[in-house]
Design a protein around this ligand. Structure first.
Ligand code: ADP
Ligand code: MG
Length: 238
């Protein structure tokens, strides 16, 4: 089960408290968007779910099991970075297969998983290409492919579209949503773009200065913002 429970999570860097007690229950199969201004703590929270950052206090569970002390590779998650995180010297197929090495899978199963993900993402004709021989959108699909091949319980995205141009960004949003409709993998998607949040989310978490201001569906936030911050953030142009 891909439920994620975040209980009163805090993060203190040196003496600076950047997460000040964050709690949210993420439902199995949900597409949850974390949104808020730059520096409010979105990436820090995502990195704590991934295990890339230690939790100062509080608990994070996946499928009911507390994972605070699990190594990143032992967590049932996959993180999607911006497309420039691809290995430049590896082909599309190798980039995707590499994500499965740690899992101790047979070559036959790895190949099958990569073929299936490539099919979903429309990458089948490009498996032998290097990242530099791909368009920006194709590279972003490969970055997603590396997560999909692992069939994790949870996908984590940290501003995956922020280095794409506006037109491609709109197209990739809808592709990510289509993939989600197909795979139904619990997703936590970070963006500072309120339009992206409003168009993609099942529910939105609005963060500000290390705290959650409001959690709700796009419509709830739009119709009944909890405070002036949420109203201003959701209501302002990108
Ligand atoms: P966001 O992703 O919402 O833009 P971050 O989670 O990256 O915000 O950062 C939240 C705050 O934590 C910022 O003030 C940032 O400067 C600080 N911060 C992030 N990482 C570190 C770190 N490794 N050491 C010290 N401060 C950090
Ligand atoms: Mg960030």
């Amino acid at each position: 089960m891909g439920t994620v429970t975040i209980r009163d999570v805090r993060k203190i860097y040196n003496k600076l408290e950047v997460l000040k007690g964050v709690s949210v229950d993420i439902r199995d199969g949900e597409f949850l968007v974390l949104v808020g201004p730059s520096g409010c703590g979105k990436s820090t929270l995502l990195r704590m779910i991934a295990g890339l950052e230690e939790i100062s206090s509080g608990d994070i569970s996946i499928g009911g099991q507390i994972i605070n002390d699990l190594a990143p590779k032992d967590r049932d998650i996959a993180m999607v970075f911006q497309s420039y995180a691809l290995y430049p010297h590896m082909t599309v197929e190798q980039n995707m297969t590499f994500a499965l090495r740690l899992k101790g899978m047979s070559p036959a199963e790895r190949k099958e998983r990569v073929a299936r993900a490539a099919g979903i993402l429309g990458l089948t004709p490009y498996l032998e290409r290097l990242p530099k021989e791909l368009s920006g959108g194709q590279r972003q699909r490969v970055a997603m492919g590396r997560a999909i091949v692992r069939s994790p319980a949870v996908f984590l995205f940290d501003e995956p579209l922020s280095n794409l141009d506006a037109k491609l960004r709109v197209q990739m949003r809808s592709e990510i949503k289509q993939n989600h409709a197909r795979l139904k993998t619990t997703t936590v998607y970070v963006t500072h773009d309120q339009i992206e949040a409003m168009t993609m989310a099942d529910r939105i978490v609005v963060m500000h200065d290390g705290l959650i201001e409001q959690i709700g569906t796009p419509l709830e936030l739009y119709d009944r913002p909890a405070n002036v911050f949420v109203a201003g953030f959701i209501g302002s142009p990108a």
